[in-house]
Design a protein around this ligand. Sequence first.
Ligand code: IMP
Ligand code: MG
Length: 185
Amino acid sequence: MQDYQEFLEEILIPEDELQERIRELGQEISRDYEGKDLLLVCILKGGVMFLTDLMRSIDVPHNIDFMAISSYGAGARQSTGSVQIKLDLATPIEGRNVLIVEDIIDSGHTLTSVINFLNTRRPKSLKICALLDKAERREVEVPIHYRGFTIPNKFVFGYGLDLDEYYRDLPFIGVFRTKPMQGIE
Ligand code: IMP
Ligand code: MG
């Protein structure tokens, strides 16, 4: 595999800024959920780095669980909010305070479907914590209760987000560089 540097236009959010903001989000969540039952639901795979750092910043007792959702595929558009659940929760959520932990919200369709799906199970509350918000791209309104960063309309990778399933391990958020075709200056 080639080195990621080749695909990196610029580092959009360096590691220290990510970690600082995640600590703040953790503190805010800890205040809001103090004395309440809390279940963090991580959307795989992109949300996994965010979850593990976020939960270390949350100092109220909580559980974690995971879901995986089918993606639309590169460049695909979908006007409906229907997505496929590839992995469902192991935990019943009826009567629980659920906080969805997601890497990035783009059009908003994925999260809208997840919210509709989970609401059928009657959680006590259902809130969203998203690390990245590509706000310009929104097609359906999504209530984001905890937002890490609003980012420009650029394809990003690293810190959980992949380029063809690689580079999720990078500790920063980088902007993908579209290489010019060979022979074109
Ligand atoms: P939405 O349904 O359009 O909001 O899509 C959200 C999903 O698209 C995210 O959970 C990511 O999996 C993926 N996605 C959107 N933008 C990016 C990006 O810039 N880099 C990597 N994945 C992205
Ligand atoms: Mg995702």
